[in-house]
Design a binder for this molecule. Structure first.
Ligand code: BJ8
Length: 429
């Protein structure tokens, strides 16, 4: 598939007031990176064709769908955190899009305004809007941010100058009073979405939306269970791509396609067929989300002959491990179970965050991994400090462990490669 390219939609980009010439270069670079990292893989499942096409259409096909929805008066809401309850947006007939922040290319745009010494994910996301180089960012009606980390919550004030940005207050602890605050925030979010969409959300709408998003999360849970097989039926890179696409594809269609892929993987598992030999080291990644197109660590690990079998991350299990109860039929009860489900997200912004430490060990066992690679971004204080406790837990359980702190630049690739190879040697014993 050497002829792979991310398709160009210059007319649509003009309509979205984008920097067309510059964006076209980014499009070509994304296409080459994808061909080199993804299409060169051996023995990929046939059902990955749908997701390859999602990448080919990333700057047009799906964006066109968003624009069509807007014409019908359906709101398109941009988010940056798995704490924003997408069920509520879907219940109002809207579309929730997780905006990207995984590229080095948009960082210089951000650094013209934001300080350099903050998280690359925040800078990358902000730079996409400042440089007008993301069609999704251009298409959203408004953005919903949150008060998770300091870099994000202060950036929303500046981002609001470029696109209407509202903020949900996320508690930092999980006591009873924090849950009361969070419920109020969820109600406020619902009110805002109703106001913008002009649609009052009924209990039936919310029930249907909960089912849709549970369907998406359930399909990703199924995929995760299949990855525990040895040999692994799918590469970590492909699985990560699906976890990234989950944030912008239409949820019902996405779940359907993930299930088709899982049917194929089930057959592979039955036949004992994998993407890598059965003796390839199995690595679990834990840590900060890897936003599209951040494939750096997965590519390094899998190029070195190992396979990644799980992502304990918000672009990973933290996004889909918990579902919302579907048997509650009244609005107050639904908001309660929704709130409760979201409060189970074990982001490092919480203190204490014992649940996450236990979850990492649990997922290590469930995924049949042989080592944990903790991944953090530079200047992410909460994950970098919490890493101390993750490391201690892994040492206690005698789990081979490697911690990486990186950014999006290619500068540390050589050094990371050496450290990853040494880690894989340790696993191989
Ligand atoms: S629930 S992990 S998606 S906040 S890496 S921007 S924390 S400085 S991403 Fe996250 Fe929600 Fe938590 Fe998940 Fe800040 Fe850290 Fe950067 Fe981060």
């Amino acid at each position: 598939m050497a002829d792979f390219e991310v398709k160009a939609y210059p007319e649509l980009w003009k309509e979205l007031d984008m920097d067309v010439a510059r964006f076209d270069k980014a499009r070509q670079m994304l296409g080459s990176a994808y061909a080199a990292m993804y299409l060169s893989q051996q023995n990929r499942p046939a059902a990955m064709a749908y997701f390859d096409n999602m990448v080919a259409e990333i700057h047009g096909g799906r964006v066109r769908e968003l624009m069509d929805a807007k014409k019908e008066g359906r709101p398109v809401v941009g988010t940056f955190c798995v704490y924003i309850p997408e069920e509520i947006v879907v219940a109002a007939g809207g579309i929730c899009v997780g905006l990207c922040g995984g590229s080095q290319g948009s960082i210089p745009d951000a650094e013209k305004i934001l300080p350099r010494n903050i998280c690359p994910m925040v800078k990358s996301a902000f730079g996409f809007k400042a440089g007008k180089i993301c069609p999704y960012f251009q298409a959203v009606d408004f953005v919903y941010g949150e008060t998770t980390c300091d870099a994000k919550k202060k950036t929303w004030e500046i981002l609001d100058r470029l696109v209407p940005t509202y903020v949900m207050e996320i508690p930092q602890m999980k006591n009873k009073r924090d849950k009361v605050l969070w419920l109020e925030e969820v109600k406020g979010f619902k009110q805002k979405v109703e106001e913008v969409s002009g649609k009052k959300i009924a209990a039936d709408d919310l029930a249907a939306a909960i089912k849709v998003i549970n369907g998406k999360r359930g399909a990703l849970q199924r995929l995760t269970r299949l990855r525990a097989a040895n040999p692994a039926p799918i590469s970590g890179k492909d699985a990560l791509l699906l976890e990234q696409i989950a944030f912008y594809d239409e949820p019902v269609r996405f779940a359907e396609k993930v299930n088709v892929l899982c049917d194929e993987l089930e057959q592979r598992v039955k036949r004992g067929e994998g993407v890598m030999p059965g003796d390839a080291p199995r690595v679990m990644v834990a840590g900060v989300p890897m936003a599209l197109p951040n494939w750096k660590v997965h590519n390094l690990v899998e190029t070195a002959g190992a396979v990644i079998v799980n992502e304990e991350s918000c672009i990973g299990t933290r996004y889909f491990k918990d579902l919302i109860a579907e048997n509650v039929k009244d609005m107050d009860g639904q908001l309660d179970v929704l709130t409760e489900r979201y409060m189970r997200i074990d982001c490092s912004c919480f203190t204490p965050n014992n649940e996450r430490i236990e979850q990492v060990v649990k997922e290590y066992r469930d995924s049949q991994a042989q080592g944990v690679l903790h991944y953090s971004l530079q200047f992410c204080h909460t994950y970098n400090v919490e890493e101390i406790r993750i490391k201690e837990a892994c040492q206690k359980e005698k789990i081979p462990y490697l911690s990486i702190e990186s950014d999006y630049s290619p500068e540390d690739v050589g050094q990371l490669q050496t450290r990853i190879e040494a880690f894989l040697e340790q696993i191989r014993g």
